[in-house]
Every structure is written in structure tokens, then in C-alpha cells.
Write a protein that binds this ligand. Structure first.
Ligand code: NAD
Length: 330
């Protein structure tokens, strides 16, 4: 059952669902009233909370730790909440978060290129330069999924790129796979400050799992950057790794501090909804089919990743960090 026009923003028309046998209904309320299993992208919104019933399973991003209100509302429904963001494989990787980091990392360079243009208040610099004129210098802080994807796209633009991390194994890996126009550097305060003097574009891509991002660029450091330089702080959803970052939206994505343009959109993949939809569905579908095949209880019994994804089970918290965050019983 598909809510009419649910796929419209991603360019997926209702007829495409109908053709493969889906029933289209006019409102989300009809889906919530009839379905045993609900699949979404964003966490349930307050208007949806009263529609969710005991015994139902909701499979989506929840980010419970960010909202006591959402946690308590979903507990009160008696439904089971299966969270994309805690579906961890046996190596501790989070396969349902990875595609969003890939999208945001690649997009950070596209946005950076745009905001470096003069009409967008940037320095007026072309990423790749031209014969006889140096390319832009791009500094990527954090060499995980976001950072590696940013560096790869930046390198493809023929920019001069530096990628910084603190994990030596990761640095060795990046050094192996990155092209010659990417310097792989250890991230410390000295190197970051040196990079700021050169960088036309800085991408913040640091993550310390379960913690607020460390502020690696301080306000006083901005004076080292050229006026019109651009910072894209992708890590903003964890507080940002630049002291002067604050969350922005696609409607009003940028602001300027000390002549440096900041872009700190918390939901970057939303701007490229079609790519993001396919990227997300590619990874969620196999898990969804397992849940459908076995039912959530049996699926959790046979699949540890699915068990880890269950944050709330019929009115009880089954994820320890969520319980600890709000001092609720586990
Ligand atoms: P990741 O875990 O793959 O990578 C993080 C990297 O940061 C790791 O390699 C780690 O070693 C490195 N790191 C830790 N401390 C560092 C330091 N002091 N200096 C340099 N590097 C350091 O995480 P990811 O998937 O790349 O995500 C990065 C951030 O982007 C996360 O906060 C994530 O939530 C965020 N994100 C935001 C959006 C958005 O729309 N804004 C979208 C996707 C992801």
C-alpha cells in the first residue's frame, strides 16, 4: 500500500507503483490504519503519532537519542520501532547510514563549487583552475565515508586536495586508493591551521561515534582563511566540527562569519532526493524482505543486525543507549 504522491519528490509517479501491484491510498492515515509494517524515511511526525497502533512495526530513521518527546510518544503507541541508524552489521558498520554519507560527501564538493562562485558570495574560484592558473585547494577534515567521497570527487575536479584523519589504518588505506592530487595528512591542530591558510574550501567530515563532533576549527582560526572561502560542515548533524557552525536548511543554507561563507545543512541528501531514494532503498530492501518473510520477532532471532535495529519493542526500550540517554528502564 503506497500513499498517493509519496514518491513524487523523487520523480516516482503513482502509476509506477500501481503497475507493479501496489494499492494507492489518498492519505498516510489510511496506511497507518491498515498496514502491519510501515516504511518511511523520516522519524514519525507528531501528526502521525496518534495513528500508530500496538502490534505495528515501523521501519525508518528514528534518531531517538535526539528527542525524548519522540521516544515517549513511540513507547506510548505500543508499536515496535526498527531504526535504520542502529542496524549494525557484525563488523560494527552501519549499512543503512553509509549511503547518506556517500551522498553528503560527494555533494559537499558540488555545493562548495557553487558557493565559491562570486554571485554566491564566494571568492570567484573555479575548482579545477585552467591551464596557467592554479586549481582551488580543498581541505577535507575527517577521512571516513563522507571525507573519502568528498576527496574523490574533489580530485576528479582536478583540485588540489588534502584529506586529514587521526586513524593511522585509515590514513594508510586512503594513501593507497587516492589519486596523486590528494595529500593524506595526519589531523592535528598545527596541520589544520596550516591548511586553513591555503584552503579555498574546507569540508568538515569528522565523527566520533556516539559523541558530539570535536570543534577542530575555532573562530580565531577563520582569520587565517582568505575572504570568500567556503566551509561545508557536513558533521553539523552531530554539532559540527567548526566552532562557528550552526544548523541551516535547504531554504536558507548559508551565512557568513568573518568573511568566510558557511554551509551547514543538516539534511544534505534531501536536496538530491532521487539519488538518495534509490541509494537508501538499495540497502534497506534486503532487510525489509527479511522482516516481511519471517515477521519481526523471528527476523530478530535469526539476524543480529535486525535485533540491533529494534530500539523499542511493543512499549519497551530494547536499545541500551536510548534508555541511558533519558534515564528510562531498559
Ligand atoms: P565515519 O565514521 O565514516 O568517518 C569519520 C572519520 O572522522 C573517521 O575516519 C575518524 O577517524 C575521523 N576523525 C575522528 N576524529 C578526527 C579528528 N580529530 N580529525 C580528523 N578526523 C577525525 O563517519 P561519516 O559517515 O563519514 O560521517 C561524518 C559525519 O557526517 C557524521 O557526523 C555524520 O552524521 C555526518 N553526516 C551528515 C549529513 C548531512 O546531511 N549533513 C549526511 C550524512 C552524514
Amino acid at each position: 500500500m503506497v500513499q498517493r504522491s509519496a514518491g513524487e519528490g523523487s520523480g516516482l509517479i503513482d502509476e509506477a507503483y500501481a503497475e507493479v501491484g501496489a494499492t494507492l491510498v489518498d492519505t498516510a492515515a489510511e496506511v497507518f490504519a491498515q498496514a502491519d509494517l510501515i516504511i518511511k524515511v523520516k522519524e514519525p511526525q507528531p501528526s502521525e503519532w496518534p495513528m500508530i497502533r500496538p502490534g505495528q512495526t515501523v521501519f525508518t530513521y528514528f534518531h531517538f537519542a535526539a528527542s525524548r518527546e519522540l521516544t515517549e510518544a513511540m513507547l506510548a503507541t505500543g508499536a515496535t520501532s526498527v531504526a535504520y541508524e542502529t542496524l549494525a552489521d557484525d563488523q560494527g558498520r552501519l549499512p543503512l547510514l553509509t549511503p547518506m554519507s556517500e551522498v553528503a560527501g560527494r555533494m559537499s564538493i558540488q555545493e562548495g563549487a557553487k558557493y565559491l562562485e562570486k554571485p554566491q558570495m564566494g571568492r570567484g574560484i573555479l575548482l579545477g583552475g585552467v591551464p596557467g592558473v592554479a586549481p582551488a585547494h580543498i581541505t577535507v577534515i575527517g577521512g571516513g565515508v563522507v571525507g573519502a567521497n568528498a576527496a574523490k570527487i574533489a580530485a576528479g575536479f582536478q583540485a588540489s586536495v588534502a584529506i586529514l584523519d587521526v586513524n593511522m589504518d585509515r590514513l594508510r588505506y586512503l594513501d593507497d586508493i587516492m589519486p596523486a592530487n590528494v595529500d593524506v595528512l595526519f589531523s592535528d591542530r598545527h596541520t589544520i591551521r596550516k591548511q586553513l591558510e591555503r584552503a579555498d574550501l574546507v569540508v568538515g567530515a569528522v565523527l566520533i561515534p556516539g559523541a558530539k563532533a570535536p570543534q577542530l576549527v575555532r573562530r580565531e582560526d577563520l582569520s587565517r582563511m582568505n575572504p570568500g572561502s567556503v566551509i561545508i560542515d557536513v558533521a553539523i548533524d552531530q554539532g559540527g566540527c567548526i566552532e562557528t557552525s550552526h544548523p541551516t536548511s535547504h531554504a536558507d543554507p548559508t551565512y557568513i562569519v568573518d568573511d568566510v561563507l558557511h554551509y551547514c545543512v543538516t539534511n544534505m541528501p534531501g536536496a538530491v532526493g532521487r539519488t538518495s531514494t534509490f541509494a537508501l532503498c538499495n540497502v534497506t530492501l534486503p532487510w525489509l524482505l527479511r522482516i516481511v518473510e519471517h515477521g519481526i520477532e523471528k527476523a530478530a532471532a535469526v539476524s543480529a543486525p535486525i535485533a540491533r535495529a529494534i530500539n523499542l519493542y511493543q512499549g519497551e526500550i530494547t536499545n541500551e543507549p536510548v534508555a541511558q540517554t533519558f534515564d528510562l528502564p531498559f
